[in-house]
Design a protein around this ligand. Structure first.
Ligand code: C2O
Ligand code: CU
Ligand code: CU
Length: 495
């Protein structure tokens, strides 16, 4: 492994966050073709099977990496379901510890939500019966076991799930899967000297969240996608445990955001930089009609505990991957795109008003609840062995129901985070963001969400239209998985 002086310094200063990278016997080379996940289509009553398994994956050159996946070696298939139908799957598990399949972003009752109360134990099965009634959206699924979610997702127990709505008006967006409608699961990972995945959050990497030094998209290191010279839609999932991305193209081109966590936006929003915190999704449309190859980059993740010893230094660990150019200000490569002029583009018109977008109607709120996200004891507490991650003074306890909501009632949830930014997630519904950083925001521009990055104070409008009883409650939590696993999570019923 070669270092320029600059990147060596970066790698050295980053080593407070990461194990030192020495003596690698493998190469992390960019440019492998982007893997397009297989589709498991559960429309029209087709029953699916999804089994957690261990596997072996070719990620770095010259080494095989032990991984986990759902019915494949790493990650899981893209599951497609249709609004108005019931999707059925048999969930299995050949791994030696309990896993679960949580349907992140789905509006389904607590009993089917797949949280820690409904594990799939080793060599057992569980039937999933999912009544699909929500707008078309790009969702995902992942394991969600107490204190193990971070490790499970890191090793690969995650996949995307797309809801299609046959009754929604056609928005004219690119929709040929794998050609001009492409899922991108973006993750950062650490590989050890034998190519093995390394997951050991403690001290600062527990406190700030565990971030990797190599970028994987759909399981391949900084891959290359070949696209037609027209409009291409990407459904991007930040599937990382902790890293916040600031996606932008190397040539500065603008692109259109057309969808968010809970479905399409009413109108395409042009932008040059897209920020996605862990578990957030965005659908974007990119114009490749000029035929130029381009790289997708991300700005540094600077989310770190304020006033802590490491203040302001949360990012900057990309130095050893060879992907951080000295002239890009800490930006690093996510993947690249090559345009094949031989492919006929199916869509050439830029998106505008999106006819199929959901029209949210939350009604008047009848109640307000406050959620304080706390890193109690701060740095010193975390350095001496973790714990201390709380919401309203309490760490997650599966035996305690923290909140009780009423079916069909609209509430305002006020979430505050003073020490660092936290991506706050609520199960069982999509919500609307009404204030950010203490200021009102334009809900139509933000769209329906199930994760919101909280910095200071955020208010959301939320309503639950499915039930969750005390045996299988919903969760709310920080989606920095190390924070969730350390207790920054609570649970609630809906009746
Ligand atoms: Cu993405 Cu409680 O989960
Ligand atoms: Cu969830
Ligand atoms: Cu957090």
């Amino acid at each position: 492994m070669q270092f320029t002086r600059r990147s060596f310094i970066k790698a050295t200063s980053a080593s407070v966050f990461l194990p030192a990278i020495v003596g690698r016997a493998w190469a992390a080379e960019a440019g492998a073709p982007l893997p397009i996940p297989d589709v498991m289509d559960l429309a029209s009553g087709t029953k699916g099977e999804l089994a957690a398994q261990l596997g072996s994956s070719q990620m770095v050159q010259g080494r095989m990496t032990e991984t986990a996946g759902y019915s494949q070696s790493y990650l899981g298939p893209v599951i497609r379901v249709k609004r108005g139908e019931t999707a059925r799957l048999t969930l299995g598990n050949s791994i030696a510890e309990p896993i679960s399949v949580h349907w992140h972003g789905m509006h389904i009752e607590g009993a089917q939500d797949g949280g820690p109360h409904t594990p799939v134990n080793p060599n057992e099965t569980r039937e999933a019966v999912l009544d699909i009634d929500q707008p078309a959206a790009s969702l995902w699924y992942h394991s969600h076991i107490m204190e193990r979610t971070g490790a499970h997702v890191w090793y690969g127990l995650a996949g995307m799930l797309l809801v299609d709505d046959p009754d929604a008006a056609d928005s004219g967006l690119p929709s040929t899967y794998g050609e001009d409608d492409i899922p991108l699961v973006v993750q950062d990972r650490i590989f050890g000297s034998n190519g093995e995945l390394v997951y050991s959050p403690r001290g600062p990497s527990l406190m700030h969240g565990y971030r990797g030094e190599e970028i994987l998209v759909n399981g391949a290191i900084r891959p290359e996608a070949t696209v037609p010279a027209g409009m291409v839609r990407f459904r991007i999932l930040n599937g990382s445990n902790a890293r916040i991305y600031h996606f932008h193209f190397e040539d500065g081109r603008s692109f259109q955001q057309v969808g968010t966590d809970g479905g399409l936006l009413p109108e395409a929003a042009p932008m040059n930089v897209l920020t996605l915190s862990p578990a957030e999704r965005a659908e974007i449309v990119v114009d490749f009609s000029d035929g130029a190859a381009v790289r997708l980059l991300s700005g540094e993740d600077t989310n770190a505990m304020m006033g802590g010893m490491m203040g302001g230094g949360g990012g900057g660990m990309m130095g050893s991957s060879g992907s951080a150019d000295s002239n890009t200000n800490g930006a690093f490569e996510i993947m690249s795109f090559a345009v094949n002029a031989g492919l006929t583009p199916k869509v050439t018109a830029a998106p505008g008003v999106l006819a199929g977008a959901p029209v949210p109607d939350f009604g008047e709120p009848v109640r307000r609840r406050a959620f304080r996200l706390e890193m109690a004891g701060g740095m010193m507490r975390m350095m001496s062995g973790g714990g201390g991650m709380r919401i309203n003074g309490a760490s997650m306890d599966m035996g305690v129901i923290n909140e009780q909501a009423t079916l069909g009632e609209t509430e305002i949830w006020e979430i505050s985070a003073d020490e660092m930014q936290h991506p706050f997630h609520v199960h069982g519904t999509s919500f609307q963001v009404i204030t950010q950083y203490g200021k009102p925001v334009d809900a139509a521009k933000i769209g329906l969400k199930d994760v919101v990055l909280v910095d200071g104070k955020t208010e959301i409008l939320v309503r639950f239209d499915r039930t969750a009883d005390a045996a299988t409650p919903y969760m709310y939590h920080c989606h920095i998985l190390e924070h969730e696993d350390a207790g920054m999570m609570g649970q609630f019923t809906v009746a």
